[in-house]
Design a protein around this ligand. Sequence first.
Ligand code: C5P
Length: 237
Amino acid sequence: MERKKYVIIMAAGSGTRMGAGRPKQFLELEGKAILQKTMEVFLNACPGISVITVLPQDFIGYWREYCLENNFVCPQILVPGGITRFHSVRNALDRVPEGALVAVHDGVRPLLSEGLVRDMFEKAEGVPALIPVTPCVDTMKVLENKEGELVAVPGAKADRSVLYGAQTPQIFHSEILKEAYAMPYDTSFTDDASVVEKYGKSLSYVVGERLNIKITTQDDLLLARAILSVKSQDYSL
Ligand code: C5P
């Protein structure tokens, strides 16, 4: 039997790197909050999916008002975030039953395709953890920041041919993700895959999408606006 689908939308960050007055997930893209655009991709790809939105405690009322005022109809469980992304995911997992498929997705990645979401949910039925990755295109340097100066870490080399960047959504069998998140917090947990890997479960990978960027800085927002404007003109090379 198919597992029930859940998505946890991570939007409890403070967005300090953007330097805007409010967290970046609430800034506008094509007249809608970035968070709404992200959620619409999942709602369109998987009608009936259960949505859990993780928000800064102080913005839960704001988001309720936003949805009402903008006629954004989305049944969603609102959960307050924690001190780190790990703690935010853990809060949300309390609302997810065992035996489901649960996607964890950054609320500030609105540009993924509905096709990627559908394909990944289909593949995730057969593997405990499915992670989208894109091959590294830049030559990588291993450096450390010594009082503002970037210096090479002696002997450390990064072989680009084996380096990939991990994106979201990362999709898991919920019982495994819940067990993994019962472990104590570790600073090496930078995404859900790293938590599940430390718990000892193997990860499966699919090729993600280059345009599925995480809107973190003002440059990213500019890039997202440019991508959407080109897409709306149906421009092809
Ligand atoms: O900080 P970072 O860029 O890794 O955040 C990735 C995502 O996790 C963002 O969508 C952010 O809102 C979310 N987040 C969260 N709770 C935190 C920190 C980040 O939900 N405490």
